[in-house]
Design a protein around this ligand. Structure first.
Ligand SMILES: Cc1ncc(COP(=O)(O)O)c(C=O)c1O
Length: 500
């Protein structure tokens, strides 16, 4: 038997029973918004050339470029034109005048915030996805993509050590994953009116925002103090939860860090799981940054206990080297997501194909969804898992190497041990004996000089109010020379700032 497109299908393919009338043929390119096949190919080739040329030149350029508002406004602010311009020129402008202004996250010396370098097959997967214009909200609208997302989610489930009852979905990123996790937690707790949520004082602002959106009053989001390495203090958590229960409040969720964005800190996941189990509180792990380290032996050790969480959020656009947006959320018990998000809608009645044909829209907050899992599938199928494992291990090894370099350096000082790929340190010569205010001034100067004068880009953070320089090593293109030369520049700028 063949299907409507003359492809071979199984005899009882339900698609033939439910799909509606095939639209009129659109062979031939006649519409005003269409291009001829030759023009399409030519434009795609030119765009690909532009991108590959950028990749080639990138390491020699600066990891940041930008402009002030006035210049960009003068360049870009205009009425939409009534008549178009040649497409290659428009796309070249988009690449050179728009996209290249900002942090070049994929630069080998991009160490600020949390960078990421994608893989070329991942980029092309996004191209394919947008060209096919698939809406992966339901099985009917995207059975191939839905099955593929099930496969990718199952890979992640197994990497995390989750049971077969677990499942999830791709999201835009860690923020959406956090929101969906907390909504599932609230529903599972019976949507209490006097709910509270707990997280460490190092947790990402995305979690505070997620708690706010899902209805927790700001003064009931408890930021729990952390230890000397910025990991959540269990005693403080236990004490706060007990006080809240005594006050008649209802703890809804504890959010743990598996790689806090400022320091890379990993909260005590096993202890948190014990506590949450005993207290009947939902445990969500924000593994947006650190989650994919579980595919390495070291990461698996560091994140031991993560598999006991109720939900886990991960970002494949960080340590799995995918283009934005590639977040995902997994729930230990998939039905908790479906109970929280599935809503019947008459116009979608044809899309209900039964339990074995999941509609991803029932698992999260989006109806129309792109095919985000495809970039992971294509990249992993193309390269195999080994190079991903190696790249993640290398990012942690480079951070350890940077730490050793700093500890052996008279101008630089580690502020806390490196965690995952994050190194927090500052310029503080042994002999300088400077107060905190002067040190901050010097380090701010160094940060600014790296920003304006060096090829590298780094950022800063505050460690309990103390100013810290911060390198976040993520990219699979980064080498030890990239890290070492950046540290040498910081040292040089530091010594010059001291003698100013
Ligand atoms: C630890 C952590 N959690 C959550 C987020 C928010 O994720 P996203 O930006 O993908 O929404 C980030 C972003 O960098 C993060 O590092």
């Amino acid at each position: 038997m063949t299907n409507k497109n003359n492809n071979k299908v199984s005899q009882d393919n339900p698609r033939d029973q439910v799909a509606g009338q095939r639209p009129e043929s659109v062979d031939g390119f006649t519409g005003e918004l269409q291009m001829s096949p030759d023009a399409m190919l030519d434009l795609a080739n030119r765009t690909a050339e532009l991108i590959v040329e950028r990749f080639r030149k990138l390491p020699e350029e600066h990891a940041w470029d930008g402009e002030f508002k006035k210049e960009l406004e003068d360049q870009l602010m205009e009425d939409p034109p009534e008549h178009g311009s040649p497409a290659p020129e428009v796309l070249e402008r988009a690449a050179k005048e728009i996209l290249s202004l900002g942090v070049r996250n994929d630069h080998p010396r991009s160490f600020a915030f949390i960078p990421s370098t994608s893989t070329w097959p991942g980029v092309l997967a996004d191209f394919l996805v947008s060209a096919y214009q698939v809406n992966q909200c339901t099985w009917l609208t995207a059975s191939g993509a839905s099955q593929m997302e099930l496969v990718v989610i199952d890979w992640i489930r197994r990497w995390l050590g989750y049971p077969e009852s677990a499942g999830g979905l791709m999201t835009s990123g860690g923020s959406a994953a956090s929101l969906e996790a907390l909504v599932a937690a609230r529903e599972s707790a019976g949507a209490p009116e006097r709910g509270t949520v707990y997280m460490s004082d190092q947790s990402h602002s995305a979690l505070i925002r997620a708690a706010r959106i899902m209805g927790i009053k700001p003064d009931r989001v408890r930021l729990i103090e952390t230890d000397s390495q910025f990991r959540l203090d269990m005693e403080a958590l236990v004490r706060t939860v007990a006080q809240d229960r005594d006050a008649g409040l209802c703890p809804v969720a504890v959010c743990a860090n598996a790689g806090a964005s400022s320091t890379g800190a990993i909260d005590p996941l096993e202890h948190l799981a014990d506590f949450c189990e005993a207290e009947g509180i939902w445990l969500h792990v924000d593994a947006a940054y650190g989650g994919f380290t579980v595919i390495t032996e070291r990461g698996k050790e560091l994140l031991s206990g993560i598999e006991r969480a109720d939900t886990i959020g991960l970002d494949a656009h960080k340590l799995l080297f995918q283009p934005y947006e590639a977040g995902c959320l997994l729930a230990r018990d998939l039905s908790t997501l479906e109970r929280a998000f599935a809503v019947r809608h008459d116009i979608l009645q044809d899309t209900v194909w039964g339990a074995n044909h999941p509609n991803f829209a029932d698992r999260g907050l989006q109806l129309s969804r792109s095919v985000r899992a495809l970039k992971i599938w294509v990249s992993v199928k193309t390269f195999g898992l080994a190079p991903f494992r190696n790249a993640i291990s290398r990012s942690m090894e480079l951070a350890a190497q940077a730490e050793a370099y700093i500890r052996n350096n008279e101008t630089l000082e580690m502020l806390i041990p490196a965690s995952l790929g994050i190194v927090c340190f500052r310029v503080n010569p042994d002999h300088a004996n400077l107060d905190e205010e002067s040190l901050e001034k010097i380090n701010r100067k160094v940060l600014a000089r790296v920003f304006w004068e060096d090829r590298a880009l780094m950022s800063s953070t505050l460690l309990r109010g103390r100013f810290s320089l911060r390198l976040c090593i993520v990219n699979h293109t980064t080498t030890w020379d990239d890290v070492r030369e950046t540290l040498e520049a910081i040292e040089r700028f530091g010594n010059e700032a001291l003698s100013d």
